[in-house]
Write a protein that binds this ligand. Structure first.
Ligand code: UDP
Ligand code: LCN
Length: 820
């Protein structure tokens, strides 16, 4: 395979360099292109393009030369091509986030650069020719509004938006003597419940502010560093300075000095430091409408998984960090955090029918539940996240009113989660004029192959037309986007990221997004979550182990009877256990793991298999995918005669006990397996690693970044069960030969977690984002407003109509299913 670093330079466009390369191998390339067009109109993915290229050459040395050369490189980097004989249009991705589109004439090998719009139109011809040729087909170009927004240029900087904005602000505020005025205005506007913070209106010029800072700094330098702010508060007020600078003379001095430096000659480090100290965030609202959102008995239920865990842990981390910051600012106001979710009257034994619930282990954080309402009243039952769209607008209005009431004012920051939460967050943040952040957790478009171009086939079941439109609206409305990994934004060398796949895509017959979201936009920020280390700690910490759970876990894993909670049994208790736990979604591929195990005799001889997920009785589930997976699981156990080697345990909802289960599996010298077809991040992976359990996780998505393959765990290819199950078997064989090997991998996994995945790092980063982007949105007000007008059109004319096509749950019983 060709090396990406070879003769191709960023400065040379592919359209410029390709003709010469084609000329040099004209004979073979003509053969290759005639193979490409031989089957008529179609889309070709990278693997097929490579295979056809190889087949078109019989001479091995010629093949090697070509594959090593520039053409081999281009084909390697081509994600897909549209074949419309005699033309082949290529979507080439030479680097993460960087795309070029070219079309090549298969007969004369002429090359022409094309725009994303032209490329998408050629793709649409395959799916909806009439629409593709309609000059007035709806084409959305959010990039058209980004003229004044600075963009990153290096792929390696993607995801470091806050630092980039601070760098940009530093130079912008330094341009002319008047450039600092927006920062002054921002400080003048700071208040908390009508009480001024940091400075008052007497400091109405930058010069006056600078002088006050100098005087105050000299003063605090002369007093004891521990002197509380209250002791000199009055003095400060005389100089125009209010509360918020710090709790002690030392802290106040640092903050004063930091702002003085920013005003004198701004630099990015001081800029970020200053924004981390400004008292702007006290109240946070976090939206997560879908699923069962609760603190007990909900995990593993359909649509209820990591997002809930993430948010509850996130809230604790935010509250701790806010309390610390507010104290250090010298203020005495409690923070408030509200997680706003859906109230479900038919709560199936959970607390999801309670309006307000305090969040455990916090003092100032609550779950606020607001029901879905339609004209004929409140929706009683759970509704799949795919069918949620018709309820969201009314929900946003009702939620906004409840929030204002509960907080007795506006929040300072609104964070959305997943498509529905992000859309609602955008509606409410726009209405209230509040800084917004979004978190995808997972973007559905990349989970289902070609779900954009094949949206019509899938819409009856998944309503992707609503989902992708809603995603576009919120990604473009939000001030910043939080992601768990780099891959989530811009993928890897070979595979585009989740957000990257929204740069240029089309829903033929509906809408063409010629620039949806650009991964070089500085709104992207990586802040990886952690796992609650009071629950997920190493199996070796004997004194902390929750031994009271051991009898129940022993029963859960090894008892011989089938009951409501488990089926199947483990005949040989001495074998290590390979363990997996997930929602029983198709994409989680638990059934895939059972099949790999069933087929691999060596693995079956070495270890037992325990899987946790779903129910055993399909009649108990309302979720389409879960029902299919339940049936499949039973069929596989039967087909591969797994009795005696597999234990299937139903979804487990007690996180504390789950932590102990991971550790008990570690006691057997087993491993955790995460076999998902695609995993956006993968909290179970870091939970298992936190417990010291060696982990094998999918190489498709976030886990590939969490684990360093062969060091802190292992990557497995979910599409190659034979290779994956052999990799697991090899590990256990090696552990038999070398008793230290298991411990080595376990320890390296723990080390990786402590270095990169903690909630403290997360909370610091996200709260800094809230402050920095809060200022940035004001500076960038005009452009933001113009874009918002455009987004409003898309919402009103497109999203609303699409949402109307989704059948309401109350109507579903009476009406036939929508066409598939
Ligand atoms: N989980 C659980 N019981 C189950 C299945 C999952 O407690 O039966 C928890 C699991 O421990 C993890 C979360 O749900 O905390 C799943 O998060 P992950 O990121 O792995 O996947 P998601 O469900 O969000 O796609
Ligand atoms: C959703 C997912 O699918 C997981 O990959 C994540 O770990 C989880 O949310 C938390 O972000």
């Amino acid at each position: 395979m060709a090396s990406p670093s070879m003769s191709f330079k960023r400065s040379d466009s592919i359209a410029e360099s390709m003709p010469e390369a084609l000329r040099q191998s004209r004979y073979h390339m003509k053969r290759c292109f005639s193979r490409y067009v031989s089957k008529g109109k179609r889309i070709m993915k990278n693997q097929e393009l490579m295979a056809e290229l190889e087949k078109s050459m019989d001479d091995k040395s010629e093949k090697d030369r070509l594959m090593e050369g520039f053409l081999g490189y281009i084909i390697c980097c081509t994600q897909e091509a549209v074949v419309l004989p005699p033309i082949v249009a290529f979507a080439v991705r030479p680097h993460p986030g960087i795309w070029e589109y070219v079309k090549v004439h298969s007969e004369d090998l002429t090359v022409e650069a094309i725009t994303p719009s032209e490329y998408l139109r050629s793709k649409e011809i395959i799916y909806d020719e009439q629409w593709a040729k309609d000059e007035h087909a709806l084409e959305v170009d959010f990039g058209a509004f980004d003229l004044a927004t600075p963009h990153l240029t290096l792929p390696s900087s993607i995801g470091n938006g806050t630092q980039f904005i601070c760098r940009f602000l530093s130079s912008k505020l330094n341009e002319t003597p008047e450039s600092m005025k927006p920062l002054l205005d921002y400080l003048l506007a700071l208040d908390r419940c009508g009480e001024k913070l940091m400075i008052n209106n007497t400091l109405d010029t930058v010069n006056k502010l600078q002088t006050a800072l100098l005087v105050a700094e000299v003063f605090v330098s002369g007093i004891h560093k521990n002197t509380p702010f209250q002791k000199f508060e009055q003095r400060f007020q005389e100089w125009g300075l209010e509360k918020g600078w710090g709790d002690t003379a030392e802290r106040v001095k640092e903050s004063l000095h930091c702002l003085s430096e920013v005003l004198q000659a701004p630099d990015p480090v001081n800029m970020e430091k200053f924004f981390s100290r400004v008292p702007t965030i006290f109240n946070i609202v976090i939206f997560s409408p879908h699923g069962y959102f609760g603190q007990a008995d909900v995990l593993g239920l359909p649509d209820t998984g990591g997002q809930v865990v993430y948010i509850l842990d996130q809230v604790k981390a935010f509250e701790e960090e806010l309390l610390l910051r507010i104290k250090q600012q010298g203020l005495n106001v409690p923070p408030q955090i509200l997680v706003v979710t859906r109230l479900i009257p038919e709560a199936r034994g959970t607390k999801c029918n309670q309006e307000l619930e305090p969040i455990l282990d916090t003092k100032h954080s609550y779950i606020l539940r607001v029901p879905f309402k339609r004209d004929h009243g409140v929706l009683q039952q759970w509704v799949s996240r795919f069918d949620i769209y018709p309820y969201l607008e009314r929900y946003a209005q009702d939620a906004a009113a409840k929030i204002l009431d509960h907080l007795q004012g506006k929040p300072d920051l609104i964070i959305g989660n997943y498509t529905d939460g992000n859309l609602v967050a955008s509606l409410v943040a726009t209405k209230l004029g509040v800084t917004q952040g979004t978190i995808a957790h997972a973007l559905e478009k990349t989970k289902y192959e070609d779900s954009d171009v094949k949206w019509k086939e899938l819409d009856g079941k998944y309503h992707f037309s609503c989902q992708f439109t809603a995603d576009m609206i919120s990604m473009n409305t939000t001030d910043f986007i939080i992601t768990s990994t780099f891959q989530e934004i811009a993928g890897t060398k070979d595979k585009p990221g989740q957000y990257e796949s929204h740069y240029a895509f089309t829903l033929p017959g509906l809408c063409r997004f010629v620039s949806g979201i650009n991964v070089f936009d500085p709104k992207f920020n990586i802040a990886s979550p952690g796992a609650d280390q009071s629950l997920y700690f190493p199996y070796t910490q004997k004194q902390k182990r929750l031994t009271s759970f051991h009898p129940a876990i022993e029963e859960l894993l090894y008892s011989k009877v089938d009951n409501d909670e488990h089926i199947g049994h483990l005949a040989d208790k001495n074998k290590p256990i390979i363990f997996s736990m997930a929602r029983l979604d198709r994409i989680k591929n638990l059934t895939g793991l059972v099949e790999w195990y069933g087929k691999n005799k060596r693995l079956r001889d070495l270890v037992n298999l325990v899987v946790v997920g779903g129910f055993f009785d399909p009649a108990k589930s309302k979720d389409r995918e879960e029902i299919n997976e339940i049936k499949k699981m039973h069929a596989l156990i039967e087909k591969y005669q797994l009795t005696g080697q597999i234990r299937w345990i139903k979804a487990q909802t007690d996180r504390a006990r789950n932590g102990e289960i991971y550790r008990c599996i570690a006691d057997t010298k087993g491993a955790f397996i995460q076999p998902a077809l695609y995993e956006a991040f993968g909290l179970t992976v870091i939970e298992a690693m936190n417990c010291g359990l060696p982990t094998f996780a999918t190489n498709k998505g976030g886990p590939a970044e969490i684990i360093v393959d062969g060091v802190s765990g292992f990557h497995i290819d979910p599409y190659n069960g034979e290779e994956s199950s052999n990799k697991i078997a090899d590990f256990f064989e090696k552990c038999r030969e070398d008793s230290t090997y298991w411990t080595m991998v376990s320890t390296a996994g723990l080390q990786r977690i402590y270095e990169c995945y903690t909630w403290k790092i997360y909370a610091t980063r996200v709260l800094n984002m809230g402050s920095v982007y809060g200022f940035w949105r004001q500076l960038n007000k005009d452009e933001k407003q113009a874009k918002q007008r455009y987004i409003q059109l898309l919402y009103n004319l497109q999203f609303r109509n699409l949402a109307k096509t989704v059948l309401l749950v109350s109507d579903q019983a009476q009406e036939p299913a929508p066409p598939k």
